[in-house]
Design a protein around this ligand. Structure first.
Ligand SMILES: Cc1cc2nc3c(=O)[nH]c(=O)nc-3n(C[C@H](O)[C@H](O)[C@H](O)COP(=O)(O)OP(=O)(O)OC[C@H]3O[C@@H](n4cnc5c(N)ncnc54)[C@H](O)[C@@H]3O)c2cc1C
Length: 407
């Protein structure tokens, strides 16, 4: 049994993209992820001496931050066919999930800015494409200390409205409230997509969207979050205290526009579609580790692969990984060329991939025996990274409840 690729019709360009990202993953991301994971203090992950910055710089040098931005603004969007995008996500997830999320979410404010014709937004996207050093870093600030799953499930009950509130005064919005310590890149981001409450009488759907720089007066950050999995991913709160945001940064200034654009469905499909691809990659990484080890570890005088219990376990894991990869690729290829994209397919694949990755990594530990629990081998880290993903971007259960509405 070996791992045969059955998507046999990849073009030379797609193979070149896959191989380039695979090399970046193996040589830069995987070793850096292991090093960052071992740091005791999450502040050290983003200290001046941290290898994190080398990863970020290399990613930028390779131009991978430009893949979601049109060529007219300096991006590479038109060169990225849907399958190349999938291969890039899988390979990065294979290398290190936490770093993949950090690098991916960094693009978000700038890729979104490119969608708005306003010169300020177009300029932001253009400058991001030019940034090869990692000076501009993005984040997506939606979760609040008192509102997590509420963002997935929406609702118009005024008793349940977001806490980060924006009030227009003259040419500025005055923003108050806190985005939670779970915001990925929260303590290092220079720019953010921020979901703000504009009309509390409409509950969770009374929101607008801002793409803003985070160096404006009245904006401060929390401490880097200490957590179990995806430790190379910096996370932290963003706090608004009478922050004054020029109104040009409120790119969607009306809840009715959010609804008209179908933002709920777009976000469910976009964010979860990406998560599905990344964690299908991690699931395969955990399988590969277990498979390789099973051929090397001798017990009972033979490689443990020769024992029927291990062989059956591995074949089950192989089946699950292939199912997650196949469903995810199918969903991603469909959603990348279809408007509106299918939120149920994206959420189904997010749940399938993250649950598969968690199961496979857990069973990989079992196959490694005691060694699987040590930091000498990568499977315990993969398990922790995968486990976090069942909550990341929305708890799988609340996402499923939300996506079921679009069936
Ligand atoms: C690794 C990681 C990265 C993240 N990155 C970001 C980021 O970049 N930006 C950002 O803004 N956030 C981010 N998050 C936050 C994430 O989106 C939230 O943690 C998630 O939405 C869940 O919110 P919560 O933690 O407040 O859980 P809660 O909403 O409090 O949920 C707790 C439990 O209650 C259940 N539950 C909640 N509401 C309901 C309901 N109405 N009906 C039934 N059951 C319910 C849930 O299923 C869950 O089991 C990240 C989280 C992780 C783990």
């Amino acid at each position: 049994m070996s791992y045969r690729e059955i998507d046999v019709d990849l073009s030379e360009d797609q193979k070149a993209m896959r191989d380039m990202v695979r090399k970046f993953g193996a040589e830069v991301m995987r070793p850096a992820g292991i090093e960052l994971d071992k740091l005791h203090d999450p502040a050290d992950v983003v200290s001046d001496r941290s290898v994190y910055w080398e990863v970020l710089k290399k990613y930028r040098e390779l131009g991978l931050h430009r893949t979601d931005i049109p060529k007219g603004l300096g991006g590479l969007q038109e060169d990225m066919d849907p399958m190349s995008r999938v291969l890039m996500g899988e390979e990065m997830g294979y290398a290190d999930a936490g770093l993949t999320i950090s690098l991916g979410v960094s693009n978000m404010p700038f890729a979104m800015a490119a969608l708005f014709p306003d010169p300020l937004m177009q300029d932001l996207a253009r400058k991001y494409c030019e940034d090869r050093e990692g000076k501009m870093i993005g984040c997506w600030a939606i979760t609040e200390p008192d509102h997590g799953g509420d963002w997935s499930l929406g609702g118009d009950d005024p008793k349940c409205a977001p806490s980060v509130r924006a009030v227009l005064k003259g040419d500025e919005y005055i923003v108050n409230g806190e985005k939670s310590s779970w915001v990925s890149n929260g303590t290092i981001a220079t720019h953010a997509v921020v979901h703000v409450c504009l009309d509390p009488s409409k509950g969770m759907v009374g929101t607008g969207l801002s793409i803003m720089p985070l160096d404006l007066p009245g904006i401060s950050r929390g401490k880097p979050l200490d957590k179990m999995g995806q430790r190379p991913l910096n996370q932290g709160a963003i706090i608004f205290e009478d922050a004054r945001i020029p109104k040009e940064y409120m790119v969607i200034p009306d809840p009715a526009i959010m609804e008209g654009l179908g933002m709920g469905e777009q976000i469910l499909a976009g964010a979860n579609g990406g998560m599905a691809v990344v964690f299908a990659g991690l699931a395969k990484a955990a399988f590969d580790e277990a498979f390789r080890y099973s051929k090397e570890r001798i017990q009972g005088g033979v490689p443990i692969f020769e024992h029927q219990n291990i062989k059956l376990k591995l074949f089950k894991l192989f089946t699950m990984v292939e199912a997650a990869r196949a469903a995810t690729r199918r969903m991603a290829l469909y959603n990348s060329v279809t408007q509106p994209p299918s939120a149920p397919h994206a959420v189904a694949c997010k749940c399938l991939s993250t649950e598969t990755a968690t199961y496979v990594a857990s069973e990989a530990i079992q196959i490694f025996g005691g060694y699987g629990l040590t930091r000498e081998y990568p499977v315990e880290k993969m398990f922790r990274d995968a486990r976090a993903a069942m909550i990341e971007d929305g708890v799988n259960e609340t996402l499923s409840l939300a996506a079921a509405e679009f069936l």
